[in-house]
Design a protein around this ligand. Structure first.
Ligand code: ATP
Ligand code: MG
Length: 305
């Protein structure tokens, strides 16, 4: 199963009426464009035209490694992603494998851009030891990309949302990351090792099937209603984690992102358990990768060598 298969099988995330002033008014356009350029234009051959400074981000995820490129107006113009198990619980465990995935994504995107990617921002789960943060930067260096900036993943997600008050919750493959925002600033971050991989493991156990088969079932819209009762308890665990971390902050709203937020009904469970209004502010898969790219201010890229 390729990520493209996952993407094609998944439901469309409904567009929300966004109250201007409380969230980035361009958010849905940016996420729609990210979806288009990262997923569907991977095989397009016409050159990409852009001007000015580019911003590149690399997200080394437990399930997906993503490389995203934004133009000077922070609109996605190119990107690539790959299902790769080189990170476990948010921490790089297959160092050489991670380098080769990033190299492959870099090459793919460079062909589209006609330019060399020289620098990028990268991210780590909040709360991991400094050695792990450095390892993330070293993966980029190993792939021939200067790591311009390292930012925690939850803060990166909040960069794109531009909210004034709330909690950004990124439920990825391996971990749940959160950033509490107050007065437009991140005031608290945390991460816990529960994510979409755990949903898949529960399905694999319940159905007595291999992990990858369970992963394919989980991401198939035709199967999701049937699977919901089996994984509701893991969703409730994610919600309990969020409740525990935000109890002293009283956020107005939960902004749910990360690939696991694509499972229908996830936001309802989080809202019921936490008692906090919960929304998915657009296609959730690329919120964090785009937010990471927004943290790269490295300037013009050099011509393709
Ligand atoms: N349509 C879908 N329905 C349910 N789950 C999905 C869907 N699409 C993707 N996922 C799940 O999303 C998870 C991957 O999300 P994401 O790319 O945000 O994680 P990651 O960044 O790789 O992991 P982490 O941030 O934890 O290191 C996987 O567990 C995948 O199964
Ligand atoms: Mg992630």
């Amino acid at each position: 199963m390729t990520p493209q298969d996952v993407q094609r099988k998944t439901q469309h995330v409904p567009r929300l009426a966004i109250e201007s002033g409380t969230m980035n008014p361009r958010l849905q356009d940016v996420l729609d464009e990210a979806n288009k350029v990262i997923v569907y234009e991977g095989t397009a051959s016409e050159p990409i035209t852009y001007k000015g400074e580019l911003h590149v981000g690399v997200d080394l995820g437990t399930a997906y490694t993503v490389l995203a490129v934004l133009d000077e107006s922070m609109m996605p113009i190119a990107g690539a992603y790959r299902f790769a198990q080189v990170v476990r619980d948010g921490v790089v465990f297959d160092y050489m494998g991670a380098i080769s995935v990033v190299k492959a994504l870099k090459r793919q995107v460079e062909q589209r851009l006609g330019r060399t990617i020289e620098s990028a921002a990268a991210a780590y789960p909040p709360g991991v030891p400094l050695a792990e943060v450095r390892a993330t930067g070293n993966v980029l260096q190993g792939a021939g990309i200067e790591c311009s900036r390292l930012v925690d993943e939850a803060t990166a997600a909040s960069t794109i949302l531009q909210i004034d008050n709330g909690v950004v919750v990124d439920v990825g493959g391996g971990t749940t990351k959160l950033a509490v925002v107050n007065g437009g600033k991140v005031v608290y971050t945390a991460d816990e090792p529960t994510g979409g991989t755990h949903f898949t493991l529960v399905i694999a156990g319940a159905m007595h099937i291999p992990f990858m088969e369970a992963e394919a079932m989980k991401t198939n819209p035709a199967e999701q209603a049937t699977l919901f009762p089996a994984i509701k308890a893991v969703m409730e665990k994610v919600a309990t984690i969020v409740s525990r971390h935000v109890e002293n902050y009283h956020p107005r709203r939960i902004y749910l992102c990360g690939g696991s937020a694509r499972f229908p009904g996830m936001e309802r469970v989080i809202e019921e358990v936490t008692g906090i209004e919960t929304i998915i502010p657009g296609e959730p898969l690329f919120v964090t990768p785009i937010g990471i790219a927004m943290n790269n201010f490295a300037g013009e890229l050099a011509p393709l060598r």
